[in-house]
Design a protein around this ligand. Structure first.
Ligand code: 5GP
Length: 121
């Protein structure tokens, strides 16, 4: 599968579609999910063109990989849901068909702001 430049998150990255931005640096963009599933539902995406986590793990540079992981932590802190607040959150990446991935640009969901219950229901 090749990366589709016209996926919705690629358009958001290019500024062609607006988003409610939470955070941005050289490696990541974070914004609120348009259809929140929990009180807080944020997305963190790498700036590079990667379809999913497997694509990212095999092609991304060490800086991009650490930038994404650090970006998730920065966003969690910004949203005051990180573990050091005593709250915590859940992060999730859907991968390909069986994972239920809808947008073919790697993204991590961050859910928080309330008790999340069981991981899979
Ligand atoms: P997936 O199922 O691929 O893991 O998740 C895709 C997520 O992207 C969904 O939670 C969906 O609500 C969100 N989404 C889809 N289109 C847009 C959009 O245009 N803007 C934002 N902010 N989120 C979107």
């Amino acid at each position: 599968m090749t990366y589709d430049d016209n996926n919705i998150f690629a358009k958001i990255l290019r500024g062609e579609i607006p988003c409610e931005k939470i955070y941005e640096d050289d490696y990541v963009l974070s914004f609120y999910d348009i259809n929140p599933q929990k009180k807080i539902h944020a997305l963190v995406i790498p700036k590079g063109s990667y379809i999913d986590l497997d694509d990212f793990a095999s092609k991304a540079s060490e800086q991009e990989i650490s930038g994404l992981i650090k970006g998730i932590n920065i966003v969690a802190k910004k949203l005051k849901i990180s573990s050091d607040t005593g709250k915590g959150y859940r992060t999730l990446a859907n991968i390909s068909e069986n994972g239920g991935q809808e947008v073919p640009h790697l993204h991590f969901h961050l859910f928080g702001g309330e008790k999340l219950g069981k991981m899979i229901v």
